[in-house]
Ligand binder design. Structure first.
Ligand code: ADP
Ligand code: MG
Length: 708
């Protein structure tokens, strides 16, 4: 048998857990349902969340918390059985600092015989507070002499289990026994995943040692060493996959060649561009241009803070596509955003004879019937829309470039549906844009397979925005400030949070807020407008226009204005109940001001009492205007799983590594992956055989060998 044949043999690790003697059908079903564990490999990769150090004994007068399992060394001083609804055995147990009670409800006879008055034991359990003292319901116990004679199992692994599992007696302890039995079953057959040279370079444990140690550590040092290897492996394999995907894509994918920059681009650039590009915009357009003439498909992520001018970059790139005889499309996650792109692109192109169309869910059927054939025959040059673009009825003549805005709100599958929109099956170039700057570590993990560009410069003339925190009790001061700003000709947004679950309440908040403002800013001196998601589109538009024209002084709104309005004369953003907004949303809202000539303000109104997280968010907002700093802080505060959109991506379901705490490790893993792939893109060197095998199993290599 040659080596490859051995490698392809289904490993023992992929055995179904039902095969384990310790698991019947019922437990197997429960493990699959509750934890997604199906194979022996899944099982041994289900790691403890913490360990109890069985070498430490807590003194009875030092017991503090109900949450943790602890060990206590002491003597049984008395016992009594209480008769009642159910019998109870209560044992007084003391050490030199005090006494506590052990309470048993089941197996009383056996326990009563086992625990002898005057004997020393070690008990192990979770203290529970009762009448201001702690007792131990159903602790484990062992004779002290026996306990001391037994060196093994110094650390007790604790596993997360669900309520359902606990009800079925599949608690942490039971799970630990099952995992132990899995190791007996495997009998040491845990193949290595990392090449020798990597294991040696970092002096790692083998995979087998690491997995054993992480479940049943023999010392703190070994546990740390096991964790290090497993974290590195997790981060490294992910980075390796990204790098291989990216390199293969760059070298093997097929893409349209946009060889020339022609009339559309030049005409617009030379005659109709209303301002000069920022340095960052120029740089990004240049990389996009060179991406699109390689003959390979562009797959680029463009990050830029709110207001950094991404739309224009998208437009210029699309003009290059048009110059080469292709169509361009922009897909946005909401109707408002799509309409905003449509309006600004229409206005950029108003002097040019190009056909631009908007297609969203609310495009009327009759209108649709007219548009679809024009998209299919190439009459329409630029199509802007929402998910509606993905419907099967939408067929392009030749889509050359698809721009996806705020892509984190789309799933990966949705994105790839755009790829299949061309009749001849060559995918369009893809430019993904996001205004939610993604911290570097997160970007590496999430989008490591994309080329990335950053617009790190705002158009000139943007005024920095001063952000101030006001408590409810200072509302009069806020109103005075608003009056003086209005007196000097400025306009003001007042925004209320809208959280879908309690939409009614929020609208009530909005209405009450509107009434209060109306009382303090009465007609005829002041004009106040109100917009929210429940308004008819034409009414919303009407209100927005009054504000744009400067007729309305104060616009009271829900977050519908988070995107979509650009009113340079508006210089104050008041955010009500600011404690209820997340950091990135606060930052997006703030980006609506600071677009004109005058100094701008963002005022965060909160109730007088704040949670400590809310306090931190508010103070970060007051300290910085930098979107990247804010998203870094957001990541730290909430953890990567909650950053918008990343939760559903699944990529961040890391088992053990933490991209924040393990940042140095992530960087090292990424550096190594890049180095390996740059030398051996297909991982064909014998040294890299294990890595190749892994990626083939993940299909990251197969996908591309099919394309080429
Ligand atoms: P975002 O990156 O948030 O999508 P936009 O593309 O909406 O930003 O641009 C914000 C505003 O800045 C728009 O009014 C746009 O016309 C303007 N803008 C874009 N680029 C420049 C530039 N180079 N100089 C001046 N204003 C610009
Ligand atoms: Mg935008």
């Amino acid at each position: 048998m040659n080596i490859l044949a051995i490698q392809r043999m289904p490993g023992i690790l992929s055995t179904n857990i039902k095969t384990l003697p310790s698991i019947g059908d019922k437990k197997a079903l429960l493990l699959a349902k509750e934890l997604g564990i199906q194979t022996v490999e899944d099982l041994i990769y289900y790691f403890p969340y913490r360990y109890i150090d069985k070498r430490t004994y807590v003194k009875i007068n030092q017991i503090q918390s109900e949450e943790v399992y602890i060990q206590v060394k002491g003597k049984v001083i008395s016992k009594k059985i209480i008769q009642g609804k159910g019998q109870r055995l209560i044992i007084r147990f003391s050490d030199e600092t005090g006494a506590t009670e052990l309470v048993f409800f089941k197996g009383l006879k056996w326990i009563n015989e086992s625990l002898q008055i005057g004997q020393s034991y070690v008990i192990f359990g979770k203290p529970t507070k009762f009448n201001n003292t702690f007792n131990f319901p159903h602790p484990d116990f062992e004779l002290l002499s026996k306990h001391l004679a037994k060196p093994a199992e110094q650390f007790l692994p604790m596993y997360n289990t669900t309520e359902r599992m606990k009800t079925a007696f599949l608690n942490s302890k039971a799970l630990s026994q099952i995992i132990r039995s899995a190791f007996y079953f495997i009998n040491g057959q845990i193949p290595e995943t990392l090449p020798d040279y990597i294991v040696t370079k970092y002096d790692f444990f083998t995979r087998k040692e690491s997995l054993q140690q992480i479940h049943f550590p023999s010392s703190i040092e070994n546990l740390e060493k096991a964790k290090l290897r497993l974290k590195f492996e997790e981060l490294f394999l992910l980075q390796l996959e990204h790098n291989v995907t990216k390199t293969n894509h760059r070298e093997r994918s097929q893409g349209f060649i946009f060889g020339k920059v022609g009339n559309n681009f030049n005409d617009f650039y030379n005659n109709y561009l209303p301002f000069s590009l920022t340095g960052a915009q120029k740089r990004v357009v240049k990389s996009i241009r060179s991406d699109m003439r390689t003959g390979h498909q562009m797959n680029r992520l463009l990050q830029g803070d709110v207001g950094s001018g991404k739309t224009l970059v998208a437009l210029l790139s699309i003009l290059i596509a048009l110059d080469n005889g292709f169509q361009g499309a922009i897909m946005a996650p909401t109707e408002i955003l799509a309409a905003q792109h449509y309006n600004s692109i229409k206005s950029f192109l108003k002097e040019m004879s190009l056909n631009v169309t908007l297609l969203t869910g609310s495009t009327k059927q009759s209108e649709r019937k007219k548009i679809l054939p024009l998209i299919a025959d190439g009459t329409i040059d630029i199509i802007i829309g929402t998910h509606a673009l993905l419907e099967e009825t939408v067929v392009f003549k030749n889509l050359g470039l698809a721009v996806i805005d705020e892509q984190h709100r789309f799933g990966v599958q949705q994105r790839s549906r755009l790829w299949k929109k061309n009749p001849d099956s060559i995918p369009p170039h893809i430019l993904v844009m996001t205004a939610t700057p993604i911290p570097r570590t997160l970007a590496m993990t999430l989008y490591g397979d994309l080329e990335t560009s950053v617009i790190d410069e705002l158009p000139p003339g943007r005024k920095s925005i001063q952000t101030v925190h006001f408590y409810e009790k200072s509302r009069q001061r806020l109103f005075d400030f608003m009056r003086s700003e209005i007196a000097s000709g400025r306009q003001i947004y007042v925004v209320y949070p809208l959280i879908e679950e309690s939409e009614k309440l929020d609208l009530l908040d909005l209405k009450n807020g509107y009434d209060a403002i109306e009382r303090s800013f009465p007609l005829p001196d002041y004009h106040i407008g109100m917009v929210h998601g429940k308004l008819k589109p034409e009414d919303k538009e009407y209100e927005m226009n009054l504000f744009k024209q400067g007729i309305t002084n104060i616009l009271v709104a829900t977050t519908v204005i988070e995107v979509g309005v650009d009113v340079p004369n508006a210089s104050v953003m008041v955010i009500e109940n600011a404690e209820r907004f997340g950091l990135s949303q606060l930052h997006q809202l703030r980006g609506r001001v600071g677009r004109g000539a005058s100094k701008s303000f963002c005022i965060l109104m909160t109730s007088d009492k704040l949670s400590s997280d809310a306090r931190t968010r508010i103070s970060i907002m007051c300290q910085t205007n930098d979107g990247f700093a804010i998203s870094e802080a957001d990541l730290r505060l909430r953890g990567p799983g909650d950053i918008s959109g990343t939760a559903q991506s699944g990529i961040l379901n890391l088992r053990i590594a933490d991209i924040i705490k393990d940042e140095p490790l992530l960087k090292e893993a990424s550096r190594l992956a890049e180095f390996i792939v740059s030398r051996d893109p297909q991982l064909l060197y014998p040294d890299n055989a294990l890595l190749r095998k892994y990626l083939l199993s993940k299909k990251s290599l197969q996908d591309y060998s099919q394309i080429s």
